[in-house]
Design a protein around this ligand. Sequence first.
Ligand code: ARG
Length: 561
Amino acid sequence: MDYKLMVANKIAQASGLDADKIYALMEIPPRSDMGDFAFPCYTLAKELRKAPPVIAKELADQVDPAGLEKVEALGPYLNFFLDKGEFVGNIVKKILESGVEYGNENTGTGKKILVEYSSPNIAKPFNVALMYTTCLGNALYRMYQSEGYDTVGINHLGDYGTQFGKLIYAYRMWGDEAALEADPIGELLRIYVKFHDEAEKNPALDEEGRRHFKNLEAGAEYETGLWNRFKNLSLKDFQKVYDILNIEFDSLKGEAFYSDYMPQVIDQIRAKGLLTESQGAQVVMLDEWNMPPAIILKSDGSTIYCTRDVTAAIYRKQTYDFDKCLYVVGSPQSLHFRQVFKVVELMGNEWAKDLIHVGFGLVKFQGMKFSTREGKVFYLTDLLKEAIQRARDIIEEKNPELENKEEVARKIGIGGVKFIYLKNSREKEIMFDLNEVLNFDGETAPYVQYTYARGRSILRKNVSTGEGDLTALKEKEEFELAKVLEHYNDAKREALEKYEPSVFTRYILDVAKTFNKFYNNINIGNSEPSLRNARLKLVEATCQVIANGLGLLGIDVVERM
Ligand code: ARG
């Protein structure tokens, strides 16, 4: 129910003015003792030819009081106080009736959205740096899906480019079959690092790398065989990470997939008269838009990252006919995407406006000693293991009797890490500090998970004895909590409009904080039975909202911790 609209209609009825116009003028008072909605009457002074305070007084008497506690004229303002018990009762009822579907309003029915995220480069370890795109993209994916969008999650694997020529050559020279079987990513990393060390001494090696990549592009058997093997081994390794994170993709088409489609796209670009030769390369000039040229073909005739992205965009439009296609990729690639989108537009595709780069900033790690193994890589699995270990230590100290410690530690550790990437505005730099990640009193997943577990524990200890009178929930803390619970979909909608899950994450934090205020000030167990039962329903509704909300962030709740 839209309470603002309810009030706007009342004002419209009393004044004879247009409800939409009134709705647009209504305000939220700065303090709760001034009511829940305010209407500034000076906006009507001209039309009604009266002084604003006079209008306010007259309307206060004329407004239909149903559903309201009171209406007060305060100077030129008309302040509305909702009937608290009715408001709280309605929202609690709605949440409990909707259950896991609470907060989903199907705003996306009939619309298709592609979310490209994660996109690691094969033959390399799953680096911590990939955690940002992975968490952000997956949260957006889940949120769109919850709104009824036809959602396609794409993992655009980095499986193409000269580096694979280098890797094939390196394996031919220094590869160790047994090591590749035992620890594929470790072995691939080792020979890749070795290649670079050797190439520094002997630049002819780079030429070998290029030659092997050309063979790969031409479909040569040896190169293609090895490349396939590297790719499958990598995918297996990545899958372990995605399993831990509970993430699934609908499409795993990497850059290489587009090689068959590239020639025809390049022909189209040429046919549009967009290609210019520059130092032997074929480029699209973009100086009119203050961008450097987009390279489509390098001087040796091979394609490049940009060519593959232009091709992928066109392929996706043809395949999915999306309403929007999001690219969740770090902000340092923002120029690249502006170039790609511009080329797609210049080719005559008006839908280029539906390609959206969702960028994000840097993450700095603080106070952590990680073994960086070879090649100075910071493995994501090491970070997650450490987070889980610290969660285990905390549980061991706080609740050694807990039954399923291992499962709880995993949910808290992984949830804690994910939450850090989701609570900050994505363009901002993040300071990642594991102590902060698992701080039960901070703005963290464990804090929210703990709040949920607290709610569940109240429900276990106080068995409800009946329906209870929900309209008896009139205390300030109850009303405040209900108001926050009611905002769920607004927060989700705003998050999606801005491609900014942090708006929603902060909302969930707000739910937890407001619940804890309620919990600290209201004595649930000792209230008289009908009120106590109603309060338990409010607790149950809050738990539902927290579980639904964390679910959209890919974070699990726990019953006890
Ligand atoms: N694999 C790339 C990297 O690690 C990210 C791919 C981003 N997506 C894209 N369509 N270019 O930098």
